[in-house]
Design a binder for this molecule. Structure first.
Ligand SMILES: [Zn+2]
Length: 376
């Protein structure tokens, strides 16, 4: 009979080595390291807008002071100049800035996507040079960005492919994924979600259930209660333990009313945050990500909105199910170019939580919960 793996023997698979959960330390749970998403992100937007992006002069996408406002509020996504793919010195600097404020580990959440570039080989060097643990993943992103060959794969084949990556490493590098990443973002007729996204979630969940690793699901507007909750339930039904499921970007789905226009056009409309969706997930035992701190793109919640929701969840005792991050994927928001990079929540959220008396919970959000979720 196969001997069951002792729970005490579970480790976290960093890009360099396996470590014990207690070695992980202060963690930012959702970022993007050494990547270029500029072409991938174009696939995610409407064709008419894409056509306009293609006509933006190079000079307007250059990373300089005159362009910083536009880059930080959305255009950085399409700026090659903002991509970090092979810029090792830059990324080492960002990780060192994080380490200087107490950071010990960063979770790199870039999955397989068409036209997305990720410097897998560079992640080991990055970790060694910065002294920060890096945990990376495999999986698939939104329907529009899934490469055709993966879109065409039956679920069974996808499961076999991901399992091979878990065992042998990514793209022949030997760098092993430490978790599974997938997305629900596109409306469709499979539980209200595009069928290829659901197929990817199922495949990732099956690998997670079998290996014990965690599964992190990107949630993007307009997904809400009707989609996120049943999808989370489906993942649990496939055998994933609730504490191994992380629903990402939940702090970006808290605004009610949703749009500025709804707020402006109705004088009686009051701007506030809504945590009902998070409560449903938390009560299922699932983890939620407050992982987009310091985001400046228009229409997204501000840090104040995010803090209002987080403080209430901590007050209600959900601190053991929440993790933090910035979803920082381009240079426009970096420390090197005068913003906060991977240090945003340390500078702007934790001091407020401390003032509110949540010192113990800060340890859960940044250290205990990431270690528990990532260990398998
Ligand atoms: Zn992300």
């Amino acid at each position: 009979m196969e001997r069951r793996r002792n729970k005490d023997m579970s480790t976290i698979k960093t890009v360099c080595k396996e470590i014990r959960p207690e070695e992980l330390g202060f963690t930012s749970m959702h970022e993007h390291l050494l990547c270029d998403f500029t072409e991938m992100m174009k696939l995610s937007i409407e064709p008419e807008i894409r056509a306009r992006i293609d006509y933006i002069p190079e000079s307007m996408l250059k990373l300089n002071l005159g362009n910083l406002y536009a880059l930080r509020t959305g255009m950085g996504t399409f700026s090659k100049d903002c991509a970090s793919l092979y810029d090792m010195d830059y990324m080492v600097g960002e990780l060192k800035a994080f380490a200087a404020m107490g950071g010990k580990a960063i979770v790199d959440a870039s999955p397989i996507a068409a036209k997305a570039q990720k410097n897998v080989r560079g992640l080991q060097e990055l970790s060694e040079k910065s002294g920060v643990h890096v945990v990376t993943c495999t999986g698939l992103y939104t329907a529009a960005t899934q490469p055709e060959e993966y879109k065409a794969m039956p679920e069974e084949e996808l499961v076999a492919f991901f399992k091979k990556q878990m065992e042998e490493g990514l793209d022949g590098t030997g760098v092993k994924p430490g978790f599974m990443k997938c997305a629900i973002n596109t409306p469709g007729d499979c539980m209200g979600v595009d069928a290829s996204e659901i197929k990817a979630v199922r495949a990732c969940a099956r690998v997670a259930a079998e290996t014990g690793c965690s599964i992190h699901i990107h949630n993007g507007y307009p997904m809400g209660m009707e989609e996120c909750v049943p999808v989370a339930q489906m993942v649990l039904d496939l055998g994933v333990k609730p504490d191994k499921l992380l629903m990402l970007h939940m702090d970006s789905l808290i605004l009610r009313p949703h749009t500025d226009m709804e707020y402006i056009s109705d004088f009686a409309a009051v701007k506030t945050v809504n945590i009902d969706l998070m409560l449903r997930l938390l009560d299922m035992g699932v983890n939620v990500g407050f992982d987009s701190w310091d985001m400046l793109v228009g229409g997204f919640p501000t840090n104040t909105d995010r803090l209002k929701a987080l403080a209430e969840l901590l007050r209600r005792g959900y601190g053991n199910k929440i993790v933090m991050g910035h979803d920082a994927y381009d240079k426009s928001r970096s420390v090197a170019y005068g913003y906060t990079g991977f240090t945003g929540f340390i500078r702007n959220a934790l001091p407020v939580l401390r003032q509110l008396g949540y010192e113990k919970e800060i340890g859960m959000l940044t250290t205990e919960n990431p270690a528990r979720i990532l260990a398998f």
